[in-house]
Design a protein around this ligand. Structure first.
Ligand SMILES: NC(=O)C1=CN([C@@H]2O[C@H](COP(=O)(O)OP(=O)(O)OC[C@H]3O[C@@H](n4cnc5c(N)ncnc54)[C@H](OP(=O)(O)O)[C@@H]3O)[C@@H](O)[C@H]2O)[C@@H](O)CC1
Ligand SMILES: Nc1ncnc2c1ncn2[C@@H]1O[C@H](COP(=O)(O)OP(=O)(O)O)[C@@H](O)[C@H]1O
Ligand SMILES: [K+]
Length: 465
């Protein structure tokens, strides 16, 4: 699957300028944008009475186009505007709307509401009266559609600048923007669709899409499919979850090396490694492709020594949980010299421990963390962001919140290890793992526990063949 690009407000503006330089006028772009939005509104509500709220900028201009096209289809349309249009394109669009334009205060609740107040140009919070009116009108509607973005959202960060209602659908014009995937904004969009308006959308920031996997070659053997070694520690269950997930995610050989035997399928190779030297010996096996440390590792001196063996092994690494807490003490930048970029999988708390002083939105923080640590970062959450030290970054579509349960992160770590062993590319592996994890969660369903994710993994993987 070709991943969709995500453009910041500035990148969108540049893409729009490039399109115009090739001979397309802003009025034509606005007509396409309005037509795409009107088509969605029509599919949602048919001939229902429509209220279109228009702002002063080009988002409002799109709104006037929507109003005209829906009226042409026979809808009864009320247009309510915040102010007169402030751009030429919006003025032209308004001039082509044959009906009256009311003040926002005169907007009457309608079964279908189209929000064309503000899009990527929103620079500050909506006034309290305006956001209250927007929330009230959307709440009273049966269907609601936001044009480009719900008004009140900051495009690049996904922050809510002022209160925003829940929309049934949002049409992203030309391309996804970060706010379509980042929380809290993404939670207010309803179904998000991208409206094609003829802009070439290219970016180093992508949406994580379904990976394409290939079955093992006829010549495959267990080691060619990837050997993952999971270093266990104080808590056998967590390491077992990671190891079990790695084997279910397609690694050909998975060994769990801990101070005691863990749980897991019979196919999992259990190796007793009571002291760090034994662990180092196991890691010295040249067939080991990827080593995992963190889940259930512990935080005491023994855990430190085990982590040391893993870091010194010269292998590709996936580091999570306790390993991240231990690394935070010595500084994440100490990872920058490893032979291959490791994958780090911090949740919000671990990220703060590792990179507490980084500011900016979630994508910027993930990118800076990747650069500093020379690592691929999976910055977890409902809007997981993956960033690579080479500047590539990706945002996952919202994952089921049922994932908020103990052990699901250990499963992600195991999947990432299996994919890193298979692909050799930590960024690709991280993105694939995040997608598979979310898909397995959707298949496992409500009230899932971490073990259910592992059980669902083969079905999630099969969907990618
Ligand atoms: N990119 C593309 O290819 C295409 C983009 N298109 C569309 O254009 C949209 C972007 O348009 P845009 O740049 O004109 O910005 P927009 O969101 O309408 O708002 C700016 C206006 O609002 C004002 N303003 C801001 N905050 C405010 C506040 N809190 N309260 C009150 N006022 C506030 C601000 O005023 P100022 O800050 O200058 O005082 C300015 O007047 C984009 O989302 C998409 O829908 C399509 O038509 C065609 C293809
Ligand atoms: N509310 C949520 N919505 C979607 N995904 C979530 C949510 N909460 C947690 N997750 C996902 O579940 C996993 C939890 O990982 P983590 O916090 O490390 O748990 P643990 O350490 O118990 O395994 C991560 O992949 C995270 O992205
Ligand atoms: K809008």
């Amino acid at each position: 699957m070709i991943p969709r690009a995500i453009l910041t407000a500035a990148e969108m503006k540049a893409a729009e300028d490039a399109t115009m330089a090739s001979g397309v006028s802003v009025d034509q772009l606005m007509e396409r944008a309005g037509r795409a939005a009107a088509d969605i509104a029509w599919r949602m509500a048919g001939k229902a009475h429509v209220l279109v709220l228009c702002g002063p900028g080009n988002n409002g201009g799109d709104g006037y186009v929507v109003a005209r096209l829906l009226a042409e289809r026979g809808c009864e349309v009320q247009v309510a505007a915040l102010a007169d249009p402030a751009t030429d394109a919006a003025r032209n669009a308004r001039a082509q709307w044959p009906g009256p334009v009311d003040a926002i205060g005169d907007a009457r609740p309608a079964p279908m509401v189209v929000d064309a107040l503000f899009g990527t140009g929103l620079a500050r919070p909506l006034g309290a009266d305006l956001s209250a009116a927007l929330c009230d009108l959307v709440r009273k509607a049966r269907h609601s559609l936001a044009v480009d973005l719900p008004s009140g959202i900051e495009t690049d960060s996904g922050a809510l600048l002022s209160p925003v209602p829940f929309f049934d659908a949002t049409i992203a014009l030309g391309s996804l923007k970060p706010a379509h995937l980042l929380q809290p904004a993404a939670g207010f969009m309803g179904m998000t669709l991208v409206g094609e308006i003829g802009i070439a959308a290219e970016s180093a920031l992508l949406e994580i899409g379904r990976p394409t996997l290939v079955p093992p070659l006829p010549s495959a053997h267990k080691y060619s499919r990837g050997y993952v070694l999971v270093a266990g520690g104080a808590m056998a269950g967590a390491a077992s979850l990671a190891a079990d997930a790695a084997i279910r995610a397609g690694a050909g050989y998975v060994a769990l090396a801990g101070p005691e035997h863990g749980e897991g399928p019979l196919a999992l190779v259990q190796r007793l490694a009571v002291d760090p030297r034994t662990l180092a010996d196991l890691l010295a096996d040249e067939r080991v492709d990827v080593a995992v440390a963190g889940p259930g590792l512990g935080l005491n001196d023994k855990a430190e020594a085990r982590l040391e063996s893993v870091l010194a092994a010269g292998k590709r690494l996936v580091l999570d949980a306790d390993a991240l807490t231990l690394i935070a003490k010595r500084g994440a930048e100490t990872l920058a010299g490893l032979d291959a970029p490791p994958i780090l999988t911090p949740h919000e708390g671990e990220f703060a421990r590792l990179f507490g002083d980084i500011s900016g939105n979630k994508v910027e923080r993930a990118r800076e963390a990747a650069r500093r640590s020379g690592s691929v970062i999976i910055y977890k959450g409902n809007d997981s962001v993956v960033a690579s030290p080479d500047g590539r970054a990706a945002i996952a579509p919202p994952a089921p919140s049922w994932l908020a349960t103990a052990g699901t992160g250990d499963v992600l770590t195991g999947i990432a290890a299996a994919r890193y062993a298979a692909t050799g590319d930590p960024f690709e592996a991280a993105c694939e793992a995040v997608w598979l994890h979310g898909a397995a969660a959707r298949m496992a369903g409500p009230f899932l526990i971490a073990d259910d994710l592992i059980e669902a993994l083969p079905r999630a993987l099969a969907a990618c063949l």
